[in-house]
Every structure is written in structure tokens, then in C-alpha cells.
Write a protein of this length. Sequence first.
Length: 368
Amino acid sequence: MTPAPPGSAASAPAFRPRSICLLRLSALGDVTHVLPLIRTLRAAWPEVALTWVIGKGEHRLLDGLPGVDFVVYDKKSGLAGMRALRRELKARLGDAGRFDVLLQMQVAARANLLSAFIPARMRVGYDAARSKDLHGLFVNTRIPDRPGIHVLDALGSFCEPLGLRQTQVSWADMPVPDDAHAWARAQWDDDGRPVLMISPCSSHVRRNWYPDRYAALADHAADAGWRIVLCGGRSDLERQTTDAILAAMCTEALDLVGKDTLKQLPALLARAQLLVTPDSGPMHIANAMGTKVLGLHAASNPARSGPYSDRRFCVDRYDDAARRFLGKPAADIAWGTKIEFDDVMALVTVDDAIAAFERQRDDLAAVG
């Protein structure tokens, strides 16, 4: 049998939509997970009109994505913003009046309500097990109930009710402009040393590791001949955490926290041999750029939300967290349960992180 085209079903689906609207407002990691789905849809239907309703920050990351027409929704605009979005969509749709398909890829209450302002014939949503906040009232078709899979694969399955399968995962279309790469190259001269980059903060503060432990890992890497670079956003938490890491370190580090834009972040992450981070947006952006990730996991399950391509260098204390805070092993709790308790990240030790770092050193030596 002739192989199917990349990202398509084995046989061409009879249904050929002319227009598809994707609704995924946030967050940075999740919208990065949607890029392979875009490629799957484009591979099957090169002429389909793709519209993506997206959040403001997420749009700054993905602006320029080829073949996608973005409509930005400001979450602070409330109901008035939803009405304005409906007017904008109707103007864009013209005589068609509605989309052939809406992929409602977010179950939060705000996104569910917003979806009611998007006209569409076929409204694809999550399976019943993953639905919440009345999600089922806003959809008329559901993706397969397939527990135990990564978030990216769950998002990829939104093409299945359309007769497709996501058979390849690629972020080749990540829109990173040349000037972003130029900015990243200008931040330090390449002297041959491998780069350990630290993005220390998640927006979920109970996922975050401790400054003294980051510092101990950074000093170990520096002693092994690695350059240490810190990156992150402009929040007070990220600045305070970074200052505490630098104060605890015995070696030098390049502090780039708050200095890049979302367009420059992927290019910056691409310069690292290894990124250290909790479950966060930069984890998934780095993975998309081909950078290995030392993910720090106790509050969340790396099998569900860790770096998609390679989790060999992650620290996984999720089962320990389930036993300590929930009184049962991870295998006995619902898939996707977040264990965001105070001190849960204390389960991730410095020795854990150093062991993961050494695994990456061994891997680099083996391939280099």
C-alpha cells in the first residue's frame, strides 16, 4: 500500500473542510504543542483556510506562523471582547457565515464561553473524561477517549474526527525571525564550551525548584567546563529567583533574565545544549527548537507534560509526590492530576539533578 502523506490518514477523508477555526488561547507550551497539528491539517488540505483564536502573549510567540490567520483575544476584555471577536469573525467569514469546523482545544470556562461566539457547523471538543466547566454544551463532536497520553498527542487527536491521524510531529514552522537568531548569537561568543541554560520559574509557583539547588547544579556544571546562562521573563518572581541563584553560586553566570522578547526566546533556547527548568513554557519551546531538557518534575507527570521528544534527562519524582501527598502511587490517581502542594519540589534533590546532567554529558560524549 502506498504510504499516507505526512500527518494524514491512510486514505483520503471524504470530508474536505474549506475553513477551520482553532481555539486555544494559552499557554505558551500548549500553543507550541499545536504546531504539529497545523502541519497535519495543511498536509491533508493545503487550501483550507485556518483561523486561530489565540491569547495576546501566545500570539507574540507564534506571530508569522505560515498559513494561519490569527485572531487575538485579550482575556481581560471579558464579554465585550467576546462580542467584538464575533463581529470580527463574521466580517472575515463573509457570505460563508460560519466555519466548517471549530477545534475547541481548551476546556476552561472562559474558553468554553468564548467558543459560543464562534459560528461553526462541526464543533470538536474533548472526550467526556477530560471535559469540565460545561465543555460538552459547546461541542457536538468529541476526540477519542485515550487516557495515558502526552498533552501534545491529545491535541493532535483533534484531527481524528475529521478523518485524519497525526503521524508525524514537527515544529519546523516555528516562526523565529533572522533578527531573533542574530540577537541570540550576540549575547555571548561561542568559545566551544557547552551551555547549560536555566529558566528557573513556572507560572505555577509550586512547580518551582529552589535557588540554592539551582546554584549547586550550576556550580557543578561550571566545574565540568560548561557555560551557565540564566533566562526568563520580566516578572518580580523571576527577577528575585534569579538574584537568589546568582547570590548562591560560587561561579559566574550570564544573566539574561528579562532581556529577551518572546520572539527572541526560541532562538536563545536553541543556543543551549541543555535547558534546566520546571514544567513550563520554555521547556516545550526548547524541545521544539531541538534543545535537550532537564525537566524538574514532582508536581506534574513528565509522561504527560514533560519535553515531548526526549525525557531521558528529566528528574521524575511524580510517583514519590503522589505517595507522600495523595497517599497512593501515581498509577492509582487520575491521569493528569497535578500535585501542586507546598514543598512538593523538595522531593527533587540536587543529586537527582546532577545525575540527570551527567546523563546528558555522557550522551554528548557518545555522539560527539
